[in-house]
Design a protein around this ligand. Structure first.
Ligand code: ZN
Ligand code: ZN
Length: 271
């Protein structure tokens, strides 16, 4: 939907998707997604958003007094439950923003800062990690083929379906949980696809150095459904179909078709 690194006029984003011009956190009025804009001048006194160890730390909204879980802050915290995707943009000035990534909120922390009147207050720092299902060269490297062979499809499916995160686990632990589930989902999708694209049905275009059919996992339109990664919302595609799902003029329609196919596949496999 959005292209990483591409610069967009904020005006155009809002004219297409709606949402509030003024806010750093703004749910679309027409689509199940939430825009996060980072780096707007003077938005958070005494705090700067940014990446730290693979986690993007994003300050909540509210310029005076303690920040509470209302409006945009609540929208971020509950985005998975509400099936809304988070899309992070960085302000590059001149009313333009650069697309960073689709993100998943894995938790939050608090920080004490002074507001513009000099009063101490508590702000919310959201912990976001990228949800990137684009071509991932590390996928093959990190996937152990023997681990897949040693495990049945139903075991892989169970492992891939576990969704709990959060609680009292550390940021690092939650990050690891999300990534290991993501890997479990990819492994399972590779088995479910059985060497063929789940979009067009054609055999994988080539065999990888590890001897596996090459299939790319794609998150169907609502990345956050059922958690950031779940077999129900991921489809195994050939590179052409994957590009079509992201870049074609009929992408929405096409993703709906993929959604129906995956639903049928998963329903056939039982609850
Ligand atoms: Zn295909
Ligand atoms: Zn994709």
């Amino acid at each position: 939907m959005f292209v990483k690194g591409q610069v967009y006029r904020r005006r155009n984003l809002h004219s297409t998707y709606g949402g509030n011009w003024q806010s750093g956190i703004t749910p679309s009025s027409s689509n199940p997604l939430i825009f996060l804009f980072s780096g707007q001048s003077g938005e958070q006194y005494g705090y700067t958003d940014g990446w730290k160890d693979g986690v993007f730390l994003y300050a909540g909204e509210g310029q005076v007094g303690n920040q509470e879980f209302i409006r945009g802050n609540r929208a971020i915290r509950d985005h998975v439950d509400n099936r809304k995707d988070l899309h992070l943009f960085l302000d590059v000035g001149d009313a333009q923003v650069q697309y960073e990534s689709a993100m998943v909120c894995i938790g939050h922390d608090y920080s004490q800062t002074r507001d513009r009147d000099g009063n101490l207050r508590r702000i919310i720092i959201f912990q976001l990690i990228p949800l990137d299902d684009s071509i991932d060269p590390s996928y093959e490297e990190n996937s152990s083929e023997s681990a897949i062979d040693a495990t049945s499809a139903s075991q892989l499916r169970d492992r891939a379906s576990k969704t709990e995160t959060g609680g009292t686990a550390s940021v690092r632990d939650r990050q690891v949980t999300v990534y290991s589930r993501s890997k479990a989902v990819k492994d399972y999708i590779a088995v479910r696809a059985n060497g063929h694209c789940e979009g067009c049905g054609v055999a994988a275009p080539f065999i990888t150095v590890k001897g596996r059919p090459y299939i790319e996992p794609h998150h169907i339109h609502r990345l956050s459904d059922g958690g950031p990664d779940h077999p129900r919302w991921v489809v195994g595609l050939c590179p052409n179909c994957h590009r079509r799902a992201h870049y074609s003029s009929d992408a929405n329609e096409y993703n709906n078709q993929l959604d129906a196919k995956v639903k049928a596949l998963e329903d056939a496999l039982g609850p």
